[in-house]
Design a protein around this ligand. Structure first.
Ligand code: 5BU
Length: 471
């Protein structure tokens, strides 16, 4: 038997490859499950796996190796020792960006790093490792995997100019298991049918592929270094720390209610969204207390002022009046209708304040046609130091911006004044948005703490679902 065929049969006999019905993390059922972690229990099998990887590595040029945690770590370690080529390791849990290194080991910027992975489906695990390596200045050109499930990984890596090299492809496995008599022809046909009907990025719900929005599978951790605006990066740190991509819209009319909402939902949210001009008793003391609560519960304040005037007026509106928005808001937003002057005025405060552009609105009959949305994207690119995201109904652009969607409700479909609601799963997992803005769904609840906790979980689960299983 050819050595690769022998390897496949051994992987099957040692139950690394199993056929049946397996529920993956995303809830999708797969008829085949491959768990390469099992190889560490069989040293001779592990040696065989590594020697197959080695055959490919030999033809590539690189300075340093990095295994994708966890399963590929022993593979990379053995290759490193065998070839005398140093290795680096990516930390999977980087909770605190200030104190923990994302990449462990000794390396120099511009060294070429070869990524080793056990199995690739859509490529999201590899991309999660790619982000921190690139951030450290390492160059990644190739990825070597033992098994390519042929479900979009190669194309997804190609988008990042990375070549995928695999020892085995799913087709090889199915054919070998059929020829060796391990699986019947019918079983193999069924498996082919599964792979044909769950194509590229199969870990995403099929509706995501059809939604028309760009659905990125990069994690917030990977996107953090791509965000230029400081406040945007601070927001992602909060999001990761609190595992919350929930924003509460505190649309109430008294300062007492506003502050008590901030205190109640504070622990569950990444951002509190305000409309200062609906508060009937606004004073500087309200903003001071709000800032205090934001520090206490670790959230940012987003004043949903929707600036839309000429730059000079916007500057006065941002800093003056009775609200002094620039003193306390971390995030503000703007319409693009008046042209770049509006954004220019806001960008002068970019050091302390991040800007979101309104690219789409949730209300019925909104005039934000696709050309308008496109213009918002173009304008954002000109002011990337200040603008870090959009108010939009889903993901409309690249992963270096964040996407905030209002009009989110778990039960209602709309109100009598044109608001249109969508549920968190559709907004985040299907339409690819990052942050859900929830107002009445939470603030009109009799138990706001509980409602905020329910929405936080729904929004975070939808984000995890979007990242998908890569195993
Ligand atoms: P709701 O109670 O969840 O409907 O509140 C939604 C909030 O989001 C509210 O503060 C609106 O002003 C805000 N919003 C919106 O609903 N739709 C939009 O397109 C924009 C903002 Br922009």
């Amino acid at each position: 038997m050819h050595s690769l065929e022998a390897l496949i049969v051994e992987l099957y006999d040692k139950q690394v490859i199993q056929v049946g019905s397996f529920k993956l993390k995303s809830g999708i059922t797969s008829p085949i499950y491959i768990d390469l972690r099992v190889t560490i229990s069989y040293p001779s099998l592990l040696r065989r796996v590594v020697s197959c990887l080695q055959d490919i590595c030999r033809s590539l040029s690189y300075d340093i190796l990095c295994g994708v945690p966890y399963t590929a770590l022993p593979f990379a370690t053995l290759l490193s020792v065998e070839n005398g080529i140093p290795m680096v390791m990516r930390r999977k849990e980087v909770k605190d960006y200030g104190t923990k290194k994302a990449i462990e080991g000794v390396f120099q910027p511009n060294q070429v790093c070869l990524i080793i992975e056990d199995l690739i489906t859509s490529g999201s695990s590899v991309l999660e490792t790619l982000g921190p390596l690139v951030k450290e200045g390492l160059l990644v050109k190739d990825v070597v995997v033992l098994l390519d499930r042929e479900q979009g990984g190669e194309d997804n890596l190609a988008k990042h100019n990375i070549r995928l090299h695999s020892v085995l492809k799913m087709t090889d496995i199915l054919e070998t298991l059929k020829h060796s008599g391990r699986l019947s022809a019918e079983q193999v046909d069924e498996l082919y049918h599964y792979f044909r009907s769950t194509p590229i990025s199969s870990s995403l719900p099929p509706s995501a592929i059809k939604s028309g929005y760009k659905v990125h599978q990069l994690s917030f951790e990977q996107r953090l270094p791509l965000i230029r605006n400081k406040v945007g990066r601070r927001l992602l740190e909060i999001v990761l720390k609190k595992q919350s991509n929930l924003i509460v819209a505190a649309d109430v009319t008294t300062s007492q209610e506003l502050l008590s909402i901030a205190d109640e939902v504070g622990p569950q949210i990444c951002v509190l969204k305000t409309h200062a001009d609906i508060i009937q008793d606004w004073t500087d003391s309200v903003s001071e207390q709000l800032v205090h609560l934001a520090k206490l519960h670790h959230f940012l304040i987003f004043e949903d002022r929707k600036f839309a005037d000429i730059g000079n007026t916007v500057e006065l509106q941002l800093t003056g009046g009775i609200f002094h928005i620039a003193h306390w808001a971390d995030i503000v937003n703007a319409h693009i209708i008046a042209g770049p002057g509006t954004i220019e005025a806001l960008s002068r405060s970019a050091e302390h304040c991040g800007v979101l552009l309104l690219a789409q609105m949730s209300s019925k009959g909104s005039l934000t046609v696709p050309e308008y949305t496109q213009k918002a994207l173009e304008m954002a690119k000109q002011y990337e130091d200040a603008v870090f995201g959009f108010i939009s109904l889903g993901c409309i652009g690249e992963p270096n911006f964040l996407y905030f969607t209002p009009g989110v409700h778990l039960q209602e479909r709309g109100d009598s004044l044109g608001q249109q609601y969508t549920d968190p799963e559709t907004v985040i997992a299907v339409q690819g948005s990052d942050m859900a803005i929830v107002g009445r769904g939470i603030i009109q609840s009799s138990d706001r703490r509980k409602a905020a906790s329910t929405y936080r979980k729904a929004c975070w689960d939808a984000y995890l679902q979007r990242l998908g299983d890569d195993k």
